[in-house]
Ligand binder design. Sequence first.
Ligand code: TXA
Ligand code: MG
Length: 332
Amino acid sequence: MLRDARDPAAIEAAVQALQAGELVAFPTETVYGLGADAGNGDAVAGIFRAKGRPADHPLIVHVADAAAAGVFASSIPDFARRLIDAFWPGPLTLILPRRGGIADVAAGGQDTIGVRCPAHPAAQALLRACATAQPPVHGIAGPSANKFGRVSPTTAAHVQSEFGPGLLVLDGGPCQVGIESAIVDCTRGRPVLLRPGMLDVARIEAAAGQALARPEDVDRAAPRASGTLEAHYAPRARLRLMEAGALQTALDVLGAEARNIAVWSRAILRTPAAGVVRRRMPDDAAEAARLLFAVLREFDDQGVQLIWIETPPADAAWDGVRDRLQRAAAAG
Ligand code: TXA
Ligand code: MG
């Protein structure tokens, strides 16, 4: 069931559903989340079942503000505190040491917890209403509202197409960031970037006051992060990344015979084939991120078998988009 997220009655219905241990999908500025009361293990188990996600892949917990992070985290290092001050509410998830006995199921067996304070007004309204409800819901465990390994949803309609009409979905319009939050692990003495998002790495480093390490720089075995699996975010069609020249050559080789192919490129490519679906990739990385998952779903809906995408530029602004595309390509 879709409900307008600006309707206070819809927020109230969502709070009651969460209190009753049910699942609710909600908008954030990055992607839509599939939420449950983080403090209710049975409810959170329902997220893993609905997504088909392995139980040892931890979920992040959404909170209304920095103070609520302290419900789930046992301590917050100084550099993490600076990141919170700089970027919350916003598209940044922090991995923090977990308070014993809290959100065990959401944490998937880790002694750490991912915490994020989203900026979307509907997410804020929902989280604030949850925090003041009786009994309160202090945090919403919420992975992206898609089946495990598939493309994340950036509209309420995407969520419905994943889980059907029975699920309560708060419709907050299309997500403005479009790819998932950046994840910084703050449990290893220095900040480690587990997943790039649309926050500039240089800005994160400036706020933290130190350089970001890469997971491979840190000796301890990395905790599981499904968004960091090599193959993830996959459309049904096989996705390949190619430079513009190689893409044009491939289209030229097939000529008028090309069919069941979709192309997303910044370069304007020529083909005589009517059966090739073409979309322009924006020159701006933020704009491309905003469209990315909707474009992949649109290509799948057209029934193409191949998706050919021009390799994004090498500069840091494209890190998040490049990361998602490389993982989607690895799944094919
Ligand atoms: O933008 C986002 O982060 C969205 C919206 C809904 O907030 N959520 C999201 O959740 O992308 P999900 O579950 O699809 O991705 C969260 C990632 C996963 O790769 C998960 O494994 C990792 O965060 N993660 C969660 N808790 C962790 C922990 N304690 N240690 C390491 N990684 C963790
Ligand atoms: Mg996900």
